[in-house]
Design a protein around this ligand. Structure first.
Ligand code: GLA
Length: 383
């Protein structure tokens, strides 16, 4: 794939590009906690976007999406959102770099990859971070890795309209082989945990649906959490986010809450606690305990946070009833995309067969399945 993108670039632009890859991510546990200043436990995976990028002397931005077979050409001094949705991720990055007072000249870029779109594996974050990383190299912008993460997150806010947290972009840049990242989304301190998956496999079952609600409901959840905070702030002026809230505090003021906002806040507070328990289980190598917590996360996302959908629930039910899946839950923002499943190695094939067959029988959908491994974050390739 890397070679194909490189030769495509060479044949279109007749110059020698910089080649780099930016991966997608999984998240083991800790969902919808990042924008509440809580913890997450993601890892970068062996599905990525490849970029071939070089400066041009034409003051033009010329982007080619290899997979979509589409291209766009724009003057570099006129950065604004365009009709082509995919190009906005790249333009959003340039807009942020300019806001930081740095200048970008003409750039040619060809990209393509194997992160399935709309599957909740953060192809958009990979597109942003990979491009930002490339521009940082080409134009010697002197951005730190963390600045690349943060500007990519802002690009998503402003050019894709999703008020995402920091997890996806952070993971795409900071991920490391065979490690999960326990990221404190408040301080941005992180710890790397080796994931000993010797006897287990991480299997992603792709519902193959992406309900259109996803981005509007995502932003609504953010508001609901903020609403909860503004109620509690009256009683506890020092709190800043749901990270500072306990279940006792919530229960004590329950009657002041709209019931929906209450459920949302309760989920986030519980999920933060679950993540910390899950990390302890991981440290003790108790994957069965870890798995139980994953099932609990799914219940919370389904019933309290209400970001699941019927297809995701069907897949988690199949996993649970099979009796061979340690943990299963919807992953990412919700309303479609994948479930993440931890399965004993020698039972993986049996599970995949069963889940594919049952999901098809209920929904009529052919389910893509991805067995992922954990690989290094965004990096430059010498090819
Ligand atoms: C999406 C967002 C992340 C995070 C997850 C939910 O992937 O981009 O920032 O909020 O949803 O955990």
């Amino acid at each position: 794939m890397e070679k194909a993108i490189k030769s495509k670039f060479e044949s279109v632009f007749m110059s020698e590009p910089l080649i780099l890859i930016a991966p997608g991510r999984i998240n083991l546990i800790g969902e919808h906690t990042d924008y509440n200043e809580g913890f997450v436990l993601p890892a970068s995976i062996d599905k990525h976007i490849v970029f071939a990028v070089a400066k041009n002397n034409e003051s033009l931005l010329r982007f080619v999406s290899n997979d979509l077979n589409d291209e766009i050409e724009l003057p570099v001094d006129k950065i604004e959102p365009v009709e082509k949705h995919w190009a906005n991720y790249l333009l959003g990055v340039i807009a942020q770099i300019k806001k930081m007072g740095k200048s970008i000249a003409g750039v040619d870029c060809v990209f393509g990859g194997n992160i399935p779109l709309g599957a909740g594996l953060s192809s958009s974050a990979a597109l942003e971070t990979g491009f930002a990383y490339a521009l940082n190299e080409l134009f010697q912008l002197g951005l730190t890795k963390l600045e690349i993460v943060q500007l990519s997150q802002k690009a998503e806010h402003e050019y894709a309209g999703v008020k995402c947290g920091i997890m996806d972009q952070f993971t795409s840049v900071f991920g490391q082989k065979d490690k999960v990242i326990r990221l404190d989304c408040r301080s941005l301190e992180y710890e790397l945990f080796p994931l000993k998956l010797d006897e287990f496999k991480i299997i992603l079952c792709d519902t193959h649906v992406k309900h259109t609600l996803a981005s509007s409901e995502y932003n609504t959840r953010r508001h609901e959490c903020e609403e909860g905070i503004s109620i509690l702030k009256k009683h506890y002026p020092s709190i800043h986010s749901l990270r500072d809230v306990t279940l006792e505090m919530l229960e004590k003021h329950k009657t002041e809450f709209n019931p929906v906002v209450f459920k949302r806040c309760k989920f986030v507070v519980e999920e933060n606690k679950r993540l910390l328990d899950a990390c302890e289980a991981l440290a003790r190598n108790e994957l069965n305990v870890f798995g139980k917590l994953m099932y609990q996360t799914h219940d919370g996302l389904k019933n309290d946070y209400e970001v699941s959908c019927k297809e995701l629930d069907i897949l988690v039910d199949i996993a649970k009833e099979s009796g061979i899946v340690l943990g299963s839950r919807m992953m990412g923002g919700g309303f479609g995309g994948c479930t993440i499943n931890i399965v004993e190695k020698d039972k993986a094939l049996a599970f995949i067969e069963k889940a594919t067959k049952e999901y098809k029988a209920i929904t009529g959908i052919d389910m893509p399945v991805y067995q992922v491994s954990i690989e290094q974050g965004t990096n430059i390739l010498k090819i």
